[in-house]
Structures are given as structure tokens and as C-alpha cells.
Design a protein around this ligand. Sequence first.
Ligand SMILES: [Fe+2]
Length: 400
Amino acid sequence: MRLANGRAEGAVRLVDSWHLDEERRTGRTSTVGFATRVGGPIAQLWSMARRRFRNPANTSVMWWNDRLLALYEGGAPTAIDPDTLEAQGTTDLAGALDSPFSAHPSTAPDGTTYNFGVSLSRVATLRLYRLGERAECVRSFVLRGHPLVHDFVVTDHYAIFFVSPLRMNGPSVLVGWKTPLEALEWRPEEGTDVYVVPLDSSAPIACFSTDPFYQWHFANAYEEGRTIVVDFVRYDDFTTNDFLSALFERRAPEAPADGALVRRAIDLDTGAMTEATLFSRSCEFPRIDPADAGRPHRYVYLAAHSTRERAFGGFDELVRVDVETGRAEPYALGHADFVSEPVYANGYLLAYVYDDRARRTHLAILDADRPHRPPVARCGFDQPLPPTFHGFWRDAVVTR
Ligand SMILES: [Fe+2]
């Protein structure tokens, strides 16, 4: 969606990956995905052996060095033409990438952007990349087992990773028996590993083991002396994925979504941690004003479920949580059947809202500081859009 001179222009395009093109031509699935089977175990094994992995570039986008990149944590970024939304193929960022590239880049207070990728081969290796004028790998370390690492967060001096006890049974994937999703095992007895990775690559990496929990997304983190404060949406286990699977397969989930916004304080000297709940109702997609990244923030913006009954479906509410007072205020969105991640843009919140009765999606523009006010504008598509994971806003995109 482009907003300029009092007008909104919208366009939608699926990322034209080589495998989508192939599927359109042949009418069948022939690439292995995170949750996608090719056919029986033999066909799956054959696809695995030929390394025919899907990269739907469907998780988020970023703008880096005048390039629009669509991101997927299981593969390389896909370059997108910002004018036509045409996919221009995947890129290894001029040879810098030696792993997949996560969909969650994070920017340090000094303005430097980082991202990471986890390669799953004999061992799981996490690589941290600094995205300056050029991309470069600045740290690399081996993780315990074959975990799933979705997001991370950067402070002045550290990159923080929470690695949950979610382990992939590699052999069952390699022989075509299971998809990566089916091969994930929750092992609470192993606890969550908290990695504190100094951005100064000469300093040693610390790893603290703590109670088992799962997290998709961080809101923010910052340093307070020798303590790191981290706000994130926490789950007790990985049943959040059953909820998401049901939602995207249009089945009724067995249990409601149950993420909660929490604050964890990590003592860098002892590894001791405390945790407090900031917002207990089901929520996800925490965002802040990007000007506060890596610094203390006052507000966290979230997509949420207004009631427990609603927590069996899409998010129907946007909420602002004041982390100082604990006060949570819903935005006056009006009727909403599926609300996307709220993106903070120059004092506004941007979110896609799907209305099931009208079967249409619109972009709601809200005054971030006045939750009780109805949207400043609603920019409607004349069609429904598929639910999205993440959004990104850029001021004054210069088209080429
Ligand atoms: Fe995500």
C-alpha cells in the first residue's frame, strides 16, 4: 500500500518463486516445504535428495541498500521490484550468506541492522550477519540439537536468542518420513537456552539454561547496567503451532491461542532470570516505535483476542500496553475478523483488517497515541487478502 498526497494505492502479488511457477505449470506439488509433502515417503525422499526445498518468501520484508527483500527463515531472501512487485529471484547478498536468512532482522540503537540464519545439517549452526554497506557474517556458533529459532533482538552490545527445547528429528526428515514440522519434538526437560552474543566478536558468548518456554516474537530489549530486559510473547509450550496450523487449514483449533506479553530480566553475571507478565490476554506480533529499538520503551503494540471465545480464531483487536503502568487499551477498530501485526509509522499504527461479512480487507490507519479514536483512514482493497505474518513501513520510498 502506498500513501501519498492524500491518496492510497494498493497492489497484491504472490511471490513468483521457481516452485510456484512449476506448480502452476504442472498442477502438482513437487517441492518439500516446512509443512508441505510432495507425496508418499519415496517422492518426499527423492525431493529431499535433490534438495528441492520451497522458499515461499512469505514471512516478512525488509528494505536494505535500496533493495526490497522478501524473507523466509528456511532460505535465502528474494529480491522484489518495489514498483511492479515482480520477484527477481533469491540472493546470497553478494556472497555473504552461508545459511538461510531469518525473516526477523533487528536494528541496534546505533542504527546498525543485524539478521541471523540457522543451517540445519549434521549440527545446527547459527550465523549472525551485520547488514552495513555490505552484509557480513560476524559470529557463528553451534546450537544444541536441531532447534527452530524464529526471532532475536539486539541491544547496545548484545544479540539475544531464546532457543526453546524444540528439536527436529533430523533423520526422519532426511529419509522423507516426516515434514520438518511433523519432526519437531517438544522436550521440556531440556529447558530453554538463552544465548547472549556480544556484538564485539572478540568477546565470549554466554549461554544460560532456564525453564522451558516457547516464543515466536520479541517486542524489544535493552540493557540496564549488567541486566538485560527483554519483552516478548511467551508460550508454555509449542501448542501455539497447532493453533496456527488449524487456523491456516481452516479447522477449529483444539485449544485457544495463549501467548502472553512478558518481561524477562537476565542478570549477565549470574544468568539468573526473573519474569513478570505485562499483558495476560492472548496476543501476538508485538511491535514498538522503532525509534526505541534497543532502548527502554513505554508502549508495546499488539494484535490480540478480545475474549477467550475469540481466541479460537484470528486476532480481532489491536491493543496498546503501557509497560510502566500496566494499562492496556484496545484501539477503536470497529468490526474486525482478522487483524494483522500493527506496524508503527511516524505516530500512526498501520494494520490490515479483514472483514468476513464484506469479504474484504482494508488498511486501517490509527493514531497510535489515541486508542479510543476510530481510524484516521481506512484504505480498502476490493478483495480479501490472505492473512499476513509481518509488515514493514518505509517513509518516502523512492521508486526507480
Ligand atoms: Fe515472525
